[in-house]
Design a protein around this ligand. Structure first.
Ligand SMILES: Cc1cc2nc3c(=O)[nH]c(=O)nc-3n(C[C@H](O)[C@H](O)[C@H](O)COP(=O)(O)OP(=O)(O)OC[C@H]3O[C@@H](n4cnc5c(N)ncnc54)[C@H](O)[C@@H]3O)c2cc1C
Length: 514
């Protein structure tokens, strides 16, 4: 018996397990479906997309997206200790005051910027570094200068109260290597006698008795009947924006009709479990370059040796080296678009090894109005849930219109020196694609996820929200959720650091209740 059972050893699970076990009187069991891996690709920043469809990725795709030519979009997420933080692009961008004040205004009491800023600050003290890349690419430098030529000023701080402007992205790295929650949080905690970690443990059900979560069932690789782990005080689900609603639904906590359709007996009717799937959609310009060596040639023995010995060279690049946050319309009070420069051709959703030199300038839709769902398809926990982000389905078409404005701005930017001096040719969509209809066709053919699913177990004060502002699941005792699924709206940034913040906050809430 443990005081707290945590499901999922990803970004949030590692932070929470580490913080809770700082108190020697609290015993914690952390269950993670994937392995503890030491694969080199986890350490080499530029190698993260090599982990897609590997054994360390859940290997998901979305349902066919009608607005994207019926394509099934690749949807990577980490399946290992460290979770998605062990395979992400290491960009540390938390969003703005407008985001968290927006959460508070929507009923998330205690989650305004002034409330969460000290929590972010605590994580940034050593456990979660905001580092500079050791070797910035010349194209990232050129992007920052060209942005100024189209009226995008340097951002004083990309993690400040406002993030308007252009700048180089802070990364979670140390000495040119990935430094994830495994290093900052898990490593200092792993030998504590009050922390037990089981990897290869797929949690299949939260066990509820008389309205109270008392533990979980899980299956390990050894097969046989499921094991049960009891929680004396609380169960905290940190399985991520896809895994958490899936597990709740498997446990009978979700929309009754969806559960009954696959033969699961409802425990609590929660229509919002698995609803409100939000994600950042990205669509890029791909440009062939001249007179510059890009990351297409980064993979070499010499560069590997340089990385191993010195922690320097192109393999330290996280690809997303520089960004600009911009307002695509003058009436907005905060950015709705991110322009992201990667000094490589990011083709076929990152699955294709680049064969020529070029770069990608992605346009990211920061405040999507479209929302989708995560729903189980059977009562077998091994079956992936159906992931339907319903990209670009907002009724007034504002998401698409915003992306098109972003693509036009991106084009103006690449036409300015110094970036323009490196451009040989726009490969995609191609310089002859000038009309809205041609750009729309490019959006349908090429858009992909920026890997930021959130919102599927929304936090709020209203009765329809899944968790209350203390992250407790409504309608049950002793069950909380702490991960990206509770975000009521996406921040105008990326989701890893905000998830660290949520877990830091959860450690105060859970720790305070023990
Ligand atoms: C390829 C990629 C690139 C990204 N790049 C960036 C970036 O540069 N910057 C940024 O801010 N964000 C980035 N993100 C997003 C960021 O990493 C995530 O938002 C963040 O990791 C979410 O944390 P989480 O704890 O909610 O989920 P995760 O970190 O995904 O953790 C969930 C964990 O739960 C485990 N799990 C799930 N179901 C079960 C179950 N039933 N039983 C046991 N264990 C289970 C999973 O295996 C996983 O380890 C990226 C993500 C990906 C995939």
């Amino acid at each position: 018996m443990h005081d707290v059972v945590i499901v999922g050893g990803g970004t949030a699970g590692c932070v929470l397990a580490s913080r809770l076990t700082e108190n020697a009187d609290v015993s914690v069991l952390l269950l993670e479906a994937g392995p503890r891996s030491r694969k080199l690709e986890l350490r080499i920043p530029a190698a993260f997309s090599k982990l897609y469809r590997s054994g360390l990725d859940w290997g998901d795709v979305t349902t066919p997206q009608a607005t994207l030519d019926g394509r099934q979009v690749l949807f990577p997420r980490g399946r290992m200790l460290g979770g998605s933080s062990a395979m992400n692009a290491m960009m540390v961008l938390r969003g703005t005051r407008a985001d968290y004040d927006g959460w508070a205004a929507a009923g998330c009491t205690g989650w305004s910027w002034d409330d969460v800023e000290p929590v972010f600050a605590r994580s940034a003290c050593g456990a979660f570094p905001l580092a500079e890349l050791p070797d910035r690419h010349v194209l990232a430098e050129a992007f920052v200068h060209s942005a100024r030529a189209v009226g995008i000023p340097p951002a004083p701080d990309l993690n400040g109260e406002a993030n308007d402007g252009v700048g180089f992205v802070p990364v979670s790295q140390r000495r040119g290597r990935r430094f994830s929650v495994l290093d900052g949080y898990y490593a200092p905690a792993r030998r504590r006698p009050n922390l037990t970690v089981v990897t290869g443990a797929l949690v299949t059900r939260v066990v509820v008795e008389a309205g109270r979560a008392v533990g979980v069932e899980y299956r390990t690789n050894k097969g046989g009947p499921p094991d049960e782990a009891r929680a004396d005080r609380e169960v905290v689900v940190c399985a991520g924006a896809i895994g958490t609603p899936h597990l709740l639904q498997l446990s009978g906590i979700g929309p009754t009709a969806v559960l009954e359709a696959v033969g699961i007996e409802p425990v609590v009717n929660h229509p919002a479990v698995g609803a409100n799937l939000l994600d950042h959609l990205a669509c890029g310009l791909l440009l062939r370059t001249r007179n510059v060596e890009t990351l297409a040639s980064a993979e070499s023995l010499a560069n590997l040796a340089r990385w191993l010995v010195l922690g320097r060279g192109p393999l330290t690049s996280n690809l997303g080296e520089a960004v600009a946050f911009v307002r695509s319309r003058p009436d907005l009070n905060a950015p709705d678009i991110e322009l992201l420069l990667a000094p490589v051709l990011f083709e076929e959703e990152g699955l294709k090894q680049p064969t020529e030199h070029g770069f990608t300038l992605a346009v990211v839709l920061l405040t999507p109005r479209s929302a989708g769902t995560v729903q189980l398809v059977s009562d077998d926990p091994r079956d992936s849930p159906e992931i339907d982000p319903r990209y670009l389905t907002d009724p007034d078409g504002e998401d698409l219109a915003t992306l098109l404005r972003g693509l036009r701005l991106a084009r103006r930017l690449v036409a300015e020196d110094p970036l323009a001096s490196f451009v040989d040719e726009e490969m995609l969509p191609g310089s002859d694609a000038g009309t809205d209809e041609q750009l729309h066709s490019h959006v349908r053919a090429l858009s992909q996820t920026l890997y930021h699913p959130a919102g599927t177990c929304r936090l709020g004060s209203d009765a329809a929200s899944v968790v209350d502002p203390s992250l407790r699941v409504r309608g049950l005792d002793c069950l909380r959720i702490a991960d990206a699924s509770v975000m009521p709206a996406l921040p105008r940034g990326h989701t890893n650091w905000p998830t660290v913040m949520i877990a830091e906050r959860a450690s105060e809430l859970v720790g305070g209740a023990l």
